[in-house]
Write a protein that binds this ligand. Structure first.
Ligand code: 5GP
Length: 131
């Protein structure tokens, strides 16, 4: 069971943003920018491009809805999207609010994000999510 499956199962806490029957979204614990969100399929697959066409299409549609909620909740020009997957072997999309290109720099991290602000941000995004 991956760490993300444990999060989805509620065994590890997270700042949840959205969920449907197949996908789950929550704040990245080590955000590169406020509002940095991960979108994951509930079914475990390591490499995102091993998902079949239907699964990857549905994941994109879910990620689009989450990005729309982020855009409404967090002041930004656009929401950027990235796939790395080098750390956690459970396919996921990073959604990151952008004001400028540097906001997508994975070497930059928010310093000591407070639980209060993470909670506030996850609730703000969640309240804008239209499932
Ligand atoms: P990647 O696999 O895309 O290279 O990176 C995995 C991402 O997952 C990282 O940005 C990391 O901060 C995030 N991450 C790793 N473990 C956890 C966790 O337990 N909870 C949350 N919310 N995010 C995590």
């Amino acid at each position: 069971m991956t760490i993300f499956s444990k999060i989805i199962a509620g065994e590890i806490p997270c700042y949840k943003v959205a969920e449907d029957d197949k996908f789950f979204a929550f704040l990245d614990i080590n955000p590169v920018n406020w509002g940095h969100t991960l979108v994951v399929p509930k079914q475990e697959t390591d490499y995102i491009f091993d998902l079949d066409d239907k699964q990857i299409g549905e994941m994109m549609v879910f990620a689009k809805k989450v990005a729309e909620a982020i855009k409404k909740a967090i002041p930004c020009r656009k929401v950027g999207m990235a796939v790395l997957g080098l750390e956690v072997p459970h396919a996921h999309i990073h959604l990151i609010p952008l004001q400028k290109e540097g906001d997508m720099d994975f070497k930059h991290k928010v310093e000591n994000p407070s639980p209060e602000k993470m909670k506030e941000i996850s609730e703000a995004i969640s309240s804008q999510f239209k499932g």
